[in-house]
Design a protein around this ligand. Structure first.
Ligand code: AMP
Length: 460
């Protein structure tokens, strides 16, 4: 299918061609014709699939005919969970709508009101907003939705996760019944379907095989880490690779993001942090520096990186695994965008095994484990097959993964099925540590330890 076959206005087609797009992506092929009929739509599509254009293009098509209703309120409203995603949608609307005379802008929390009020003082075509700030404007009476023709809930699942459910309902209650509503979500969870039932009318449904299909070009792998120190050693090694041209490193906390960015910069790798404690100006500046190549490594938390669209990300590194499997998919979708290949590397420590289990269940495959010479873990993780009744010592107590304490090695070996492993041999004599039994199960551990010790000896 070509873009020309989608019956888009020539000005929109020209802008799409100028972007260098040759064919619509699968979500665009399926969604655009449905949206152009005026029907409501619920679609599972993750970032990186071209979902923004899937709603922006038919939205622009609608704007080629003038509004029949007088007033100043927006004709199209896009709600997004984060300011970064809003920025990306706004950029897309401006890019694809460059051949049209449009008034559009964003209403985002954390940004000054003055400019937003100026935007709302004249008729506006497209508004991209985060729910809290839009509701604020609605309640102050600075914006009305009586001209609204199209409402788009982008990353609706994420908005629910972030507690925007009530705000969304209040906003929708002020929108005209005649509107068209589109909902994009990474998953069709029950909470999302309930929201759709309240807000959409007889929606058409598109479910792309999103969990893995969009990530075929991403090489995913796993490194077991013994400790925070070990994670940092692994990271230092990975970022020294010349093939890593631009990377996003995900950390669990804002503080870790700051600390890691500082340490990497100190080691001679230009890095910056991106997290929710930074004001919008600082975040935009950082993203722009990344886009321009001023920094090679961005250390981010999930919320801050949501919707981030920087091209040419060669690697995503999960310094800490995300707690929610969906976030894993969102994170790795930062690389391998628009047909390019990418590498997604995750570190897992013993305290993160339950997260790993969730992720692998969600993506429907196991992440292959890899070791780096000289940095192989002392901890060995083995998989516990489902249906195995073996006690899983030392691990999180549930799920398919367990990190065994050394004393159980022999038992695991006889069961032959579990993720077992050893306590760190180097600490076997420490108070409270169990002494590993030397059995065949532990052979790899001994080898790892030797290799690592030798590598350390060889260091200047
Ligand atoms: P999205 O899923 O909307 O975040 O889009 C991911 C990336 O794909 C963005 O950088 C878009 O510019 C790009 N993109 C969108 N549609 C196409 C297309 N049809 N062909 C090539 N790239 C595209």
């Amino acid at each position: 299918m070509t873009f020309a076959e989608l019956n888009l206005n020539p000005a929109i087609l020209k802008a799409v061609t100028a972007c260098g797009y040759t064919n619509p992506t699968p979500i665009q092929q399926q969604a655009i014709p449905i949206v152009m009929t005026g029907a409501d739509l619920i679609a599972t599509a993750q970032t990186g699939t071209g979902k923004t254009a899937a709603f922006v293009l038919p939205g622009l098509q609608r704007l080629t005919t003038p509004s029949a209703i007088p007033g100043k309120g927006p004709r199209i409203l896009v709600l997004t969970p984060t300011r970064e995603l809003a920025g990306q949608v706004m950029d897309a609307a401006r890019t694809y709508g460059r051949g049209m005379r449009l008034r559009c802008g964003s209403l985002l929390g954390g940004m000054p009101y003055r400019e937003q009020l100026r935007l709302l003082s004249a008729p506006v075509d497209i508004i991209v907003a985060t729910p809290g700030r839009l509701l604020d404007h609605l309640e102050r009476g600075s914006v009305r939705l009586d001209r609204l023709e199209m409402l788009i809930l982008d990353e609706a699942d994420r908005m629910l996760d972030m507690g925007f459910s009530e705000d969304m309902e209040k906003i929708v209650a002020r929108a005209p019944e005649t509107r068209q509503t589109l909902m994009f979500t990474a998953t069709m969870e029950n909470s999302v379907l309930r929201l759709a039932q309240k807000m959409l009318r007889e929606p058409q449904r598109i479910e792309l095989a999103v969990r893995t299909a969009s990530h075929e070009l991403i090489e995913q792998r796993l490194h077991v880490a013994d400790s925070l120190h070990h994670k940092k050693e692994l990271l230092r090694h990975l970022v020294s690779d010349q093939k890593l041209t631009r990377a996003i490193i995900f950390s669990a906390t804002k503080r870790d993001a700051d600390d890691l960015a500082r340490e990497l910069t100190r080691d001679g790798h230009p890095a910056a942090a991106l997290h929710g404690d930074m004001n919008q100006f600082a975040r935009n500046k950082t993203i722009e520096r990344m886009r321009r190549g001023g920094i090679r490594l961005l250390v981010a938390t999930d919320v801050a990186a949501r919707g981030l669209d920087v091209t040419g990300i060669s690697h995503v590194i999960n310094f800490d695994l995300p707690r929610f499997a969906e976030d894993y998919v969102h994170r790795i979708g930062r690389t391998g965008r628009a047909g390019a290949s990418g590498v997604a590397i995750s570190f897992v420590s013993s305290s993160e095994l339950s997260y790993l289990e969730r992720i692998e269940r969600f993506i429907g495959k196991r992440l292959p484990e890899q070791n780096i010479d000289g940095l192989a873990p002392l901890t060995v993780l083995r998989r516990v097959s489902s249906g195995n009744n073996a006690r899983r010592p030392g691990g999180p107590g549930k799920g398919r993964y367990a990190k065994s304490s050394g004393g159980n090695g022999g038992r695991n070996q006889s069961q032959g099925k579990s993720w077992g492993g050893s306590a760190k041999p180097g600490r076997a004599g420490a108070p409270g540590a169990s002494r590993p039994q030397r059995s065949a199960t532990h052979q790899p551990v001994i080898e790892y330890r030797t290799r690592r010790a030798e590598a350390m000896k060889n260091q200047p």
